[in-house]
Design a protein around this ligand. Structure first.
Ligand SMILES: NCCCC[C@H](N)C(=O)NCC(=O)O
Length: 647
């Protein structure tokens, strides 16, 4: 008898790959937000008063529900009971909600006493209200995120089973990792004019993810109807407690789970600190540090499929995992003990982070079989989250312990003297000699008062340390100032305002037209000035244009300069709001820190040696478990060294 072939939407390649695109984008936004804050560690320290331990605790909030509520397992059970549509919407919504709460906790509105501030200020008073609100936000985000990964993988399996499943799962993960890479790359550029914009951008993506998920629901409803007509309901993928028991009594599975937790703990938490490490140890700018950290993830997108192909066709999965763990240690030790260009250890880490996942996840299929795969991955994710929870905290604590005096408070008298002379001299307080005879970057931060933590001035200085870590800074060389409160400026009577239209942003100063030069100007109480470009006869041809606005003294020295988008009305008038654009330069001598209440500090670079040694120790554990796994495979005969594809 001829069997009737039911065609479903799964058989339409455009629809199938379209579903993969939707689910991968949700994955991408998930991974993006997870690392959107990684290049902003120092900004959380200076703007929110976080210590490294606070930062670590905040980052680990993601994993708390996954460890203590075993969400990746529980989420899998909920998924079986409530189905893809309800579970997915619920958990993707949680990600988006968690994102909003995280960003809100860092916002000016919240810091000014917005909703929830008083409540967060009323308990555990040793921790800042921002830390508590952001912790709650990242907790809810993590609650949604890990279970969402389980749901998204299930969607891919649903549409690709019996078709290009391995490729689809690989692409799904690769696009997720692209999210991490882009977050590390993009966040440093999104901190202007307000640093929290970089967080809000990630939040926007999470809500876009929810929208994409809702679009997917319509396709899911339709395919369920078609599949029900075509096939009887399958029970084989459902969660069973008995499966879990089988898994945790399987020694090979335990070894691979232990390798998973040690290996991933030395990678994902490292990424959370990587931009800060590069900024502190190598004195890099934030954007370059973000770009170099992102190479790691971009690299894995290319290399994981390559190593996956090797494991599929040539075998040697256990050896590949062993090799990856060895590279992990070499890379972390390089960061800890050498000052070799960071490109090399980052590259090695990228190779390691491609080798182990490419070999490990498919190897689980051989150990547990297809029908327990959902439970196995859920369990591994939950155990893995123990590491993703503990490591950021431990690294933060180790950083604080190994850098007890990296923030030097400038006491009143010292602050006044420094203002006058512009000179500051000190010696680095670190135990390691990594920072001796090196070009190092320091931060100088002035706060309005000790309570609010509101920054009024921040600049960076590069100087060479001596053989014992001694250094001196001349505050007047403030070419790298990134923030100043406009109200600090003392503008002389005979100063002039200059407006230059930027013709091409690429060439900046070298391609400008002078539109206005005016003396005897008055700023109103909001530091606004209405300029009349019609008077100068240089009305720009465009209504909106990029401008450089400068205030110079009578001798033509720049007192203050910023870039702003200006709008010119029909009569030729344009309104300048000083202090709202992107700061370009400020003359230190024109700053007036005369009020008594300012608080200032010099922030030295953090010594990451001990933290990186800790990551190396984890790598050592990883290699031990990889060795045990390889040895055990010979006895248990799962064939981890055999090709995944049997010819
Ligand atoms: N969103 C970043 C953390 C993802 C952890 C996730 N449980 C996982 O293991 N993903 C696999 C991978 O290699 O990215």
């Amino acid at each position: 008898m001829k069997e009737k072939i039911h065609k479903t939407m799964r058989d339409n390649p455009a629809l199938r790959w379209g579903v993969l695109l939707l689910s991968s984008l949700v994955m991408f936004f998930n991974y993006y937000f997870y690392d959107a804050l990684s290049p902003l560690k120092d900004l959380m320290q200076t703007n929110l008063g976080f210590s490294s331990s606070d930062y670590g605790a905040f980052m680990s909030a993601y994993s708390v529900p996954n460890v203590f509520l075993a969400m990746a397992v529980l989420g899998g059970i909920i998924l079986d009971k409530l189905g893809i549509r309800i579970t997915g919407t619920l958990f993707v919504f949680m990600m988006a909600l968690g994102g909003v709460i995280t960003a809100y906790g860092a916002s000016d509105m919240y810091l000014a006493g917005g909703p929830g501030y008083a409540l967060m200020n009323s308990f555990l008073t040793g921790y800042s209200p921002s830390l508590k609100m952001m912790y709650l936000g990242f907790f809810i985000f993590g609650l949604g995120a890990e279970t969402s990964i389980v749901v998204l993988s299930k969607i891919v399996v649903k549409w690709f089973k019996g078709k290009e499943l391995a490729l689809a799962l690989g692409l799904n993960l690769a696009i997720g990792r692209l999210g991490t890479a882009l977050a590390l790359f993009l966040s440093p550029y999104l901190i202007h004019p307000e640093w929290t914009n970089a967080i809000w951008f990630g939040v926007l993506l999470l809500w876009l993810g929810l929208l994409f998920y809702i679009i997917y629901i319509f396709l899911d409803l339709k395919i369920d109807k078609q599949v029900k007509e075509a096939l009887p309901e399958s029970e084989e993928d459902q969660f069973r407690w008995r499966d879990l028991l089988d898994l945790i009594t399987n020694r090979t599975f335990i070894f691979i789970t232990l390798l998973c937790v040690t290996f991933y703990s030395a990678v994902f938490p490292f990424v959370k600190y990587a931009p800060d490490l590069l900024m502190n140890k190598f004195g890099m700018e934030r954007d370059i540090a973000g770009q170099i950290s992102s190479i790691l993830m971009f690299g894995t997108i290319l290399l994981t499929p390559l190593f996956g192909w090797i494991a599929d066709n040539k075998g040697k999965s256990a050896t590949l995992m062993y090799l990856g763990s060895a590279l992990l240690i070499i890379s972390h030790l390089m960061f800890a003990l050498t000052t070799i260009t960071p490109l090399l250890p980052i590259f090695l880490l990228g190779v390691a982070f491609s080798l182990v996942p490419a070999a490990m996840w498919p190897a689980v299929t051989k150990i547990v079989g297809d029908n327990k795969l959902g439970t196995a991955y859920g369990f591994m994710f939950s155990v893995q989250n123990i590491g993703l929870w503990a490591l950021p905290i431990l690294v933060g604590v180790v950083l604080d312990a190994s850098n007890p005096e990296f923030r030097i408070d400038l006491k009143d008298q010292q602050f006044k003297e420094i203002q006058h002379s512009g000179n500051f001299e000190s010696t680095l307080n670190t135990k390691s000699s990594t920072f001796n005879n090196k070009d190092i970057k320091f931060k100088y931060v002035v706060y309005k008062d000790s309570l609010s933590g509101e920054i009024v001035y921040r600049s960076y200085y590069e100087t060479k340390t001596g053989k014992d870590g001694n250094y001196s800074i001349n505050l007047k060389n403030n070419e790298m100032v990134d923030f100043t409160n406009f109200d600090l400026l003392q503008i002389p009577e005979d100063a002039r305002i200059f407006i230059d239209r930027v013709k091409s942003p690429t060439f900046g100063d070298n391609d400008t037209i002078r539109l206005l030069e005016t003396s005897k100007f008055r700023l109103d109480e909001n530091n606004q000035y209405i300029a009349n470009l019609a008077d100068s006869g240089k009305k720009p041809d465009k209504k909106n244009f990029d401008a450089i606005i400068s205030i110079k003294d009578a001798e033509g020295r720049v007192i203050y300069s910023e870039s702003q988008k200006l709008y010119v009305d029909k009569t030729g008038k344009t309104e300048i709001k000083f202090g709202f654009g992107e700061l370009r330069s400020v003359n230190y001598d024109a700053l007036n820190f005369k009020q008594e209440k300012y608080v200032a500090e010099i922030i030295e670079p953090l010594d990451y040696t001990n933290a990186m040694l800790m990551f190396s120790a984890l790598g050592l554990l990883g290699i031990l478990f990889a060795f045990l796994l390889k040895r055990d495979d010979k006895v248990s005969g799962y064939g981890l060294e055999q090709p995944n594809i049997q010819k």
